[in-house]
Ligand binder design. Structure first.
Ligand code: OFO
Length: 183
């Protein structure tokens, strides 16, 4: 009896995305380690926390593939790439990596629609929302570094930013959660 509820194409796409999420975790781990090495403990803490979020994303894909009766394929994870050159460069790379991930999530939305796989379409909507949140968070980082002086940020501004990021929440407020009382 056939119990696999995913087409080969969708199973492949979900397995690939599971590896992408692991890759994203490696990127955050690499940047967090770079920041710690440079003495930016707050930025490092923020990025380490985010690496955990990416691992959680990886697990969500793994669990979904299993629950739909398909085969999980654990593949090797690509290296995260070179270290950032500065805090400004680090935050720009974070934003770029989140936008690239959004594109990959949207491709799964397209595929699930094309195949009328509504269970996968429904599952992937969680990630559509999550990517909006993650892009917002990355944009916030870019705004903060811009205020601090961007690529020319001085040490005292970077110190303040570092302090602030230690306590910055992991989640960003989405536009749909805003009210007149709480803009
Ligand atoms: Fe997995 O959300 Fe960021 O990339």
């Amino acid at each position: 009896m056939e119990t696999n509820r995913l087409s080969p194409k969708i199973a492949q796409a979900l397995n690939d995305q599971m590896t992408n999420e692991a890759h994203n975790a490696q990127i955050y781990l690499a940047y967090a380690s770079w920041a710690a090495d440079k003495g930016y403990d707050g930025i490092s803490n923020f990025l380490f926390r985010h690496a955990n979020e990416e691992r959680n994303h990886m697990m969500k894909f793994l669990e979904y593939i299993l629950k739909r009766g398909a085969k999980v394929v654990i593949a090797s994870i690509p290296a995260p790439g070179p270290d950032p050159l500065s805090v400004n460069d680090c935050f720009e790379k974070v934003f770029q990596s989140e936008v690239e991930n959004t594109t990959k999530i949207y491709a799964i939305v397209d595929l699930s629609m094309a195949e009328k796989d509504w269970a996968t379409w429904n599952f992937i909507q969680w990630f559509v929302k999550e990517q909006t949140e993650e892009e917002t968070l990355a944009l916030d980082l870019l705004s903060k570094i811009k205020v601090a002086g961007g690529a020319n940020a001085k040490n005292d501004a970077l110190y303040q930013l570092d302090m602030e990021l230690k306590n910055t929440p992991d989640d960003a407020t989405l536009a749909q959660d805003v009210t007149v009382e709480k803009p």
